[in-house]
Design a protein. Structure first.
Length: 188
């Protein structure tokens, strides 16, 4: 069996396990009832481990996945003050051609005068309507970056956890990048 097929099967298995016992996105009354049932049943948290990639398509792409929406009026070190909106594809493997599972949607702003550090605010939106909210500091040239997962929806309701990023590929000319993501998520 091809490696990409095995990854798709593993990803599907992980997402199905994460979704077991949870409901799809629902109206406010249904969510309230879900929470009440959760409290009454003393339901235990689940632990899901997710492994996937997201891709930043830069200036070389016909349709870039991130665009600058603000920058400082003066020349600043490390692009301080640069703000970008993103809609980066998520895949099961490091190649853009691998199975598509969702998008990393949100914004990033450079916040350090000393090194390139982003503050990221984005949602990992998966194909089934579930999502994970990620907010944190991302020193993009460090080998590993750890950002907190501060919430979720759908299969990941009441999520909390950590996602670790490692750059898999970066092309300085085109600004294309593939980032490996490994998440550990507690949810109900």
């Amino acid at each position: 069996m091809k490696k990409s097929m095995i990854v798709v099967i593993l990803w599907s298995s992980i997402l199905c396990k994460a979704m077991a016992g949870s409901s799809p996105l629902e109206n406010p009354k249904a969510v309230e009832k879900w929470v009440e049932t959760l409290i009454k049943s003393n339901k235990q948290e689940k632990l899901s481990k997710l492994h996937f990639y997201f891709h930043r398509l830069g200036g070389g792409a016909s349709s870039p996945s991130a665009v600058v929406v603000a920058k400082a009026n003066a020349t600043m070190p490390n692009s301080f003050g640069l703000t970008v909106i993103r809609d980066d594809p998520l895949t099961v493997g490091p190649e853009m051609s691998s199975a598509h599972i969702g998008y990393a949607q949100g914004m990033s702003a450079t916040v350090s005068l000393e090194e390139v550090v982003l503050v990221d605010y984005f949602t990992l939106s998966f194909g089934d309507g579930s999502s994970l909210a990620v907010v944190g500091s991302n020193a993009i040239f460090h080998e590993y970056r750890e950002l907190p997962i501060v919430g979720g929806t759908g299969a990941f309701r009441l999520a909390r956890g950590v996602v670790t990023f490692q750059t898999y590929f970066f092309n300085a000319t085109t600004r294309d990048a593939s980032i490996q993501a490994d998440a550990v998520v507690f949810h109900y």
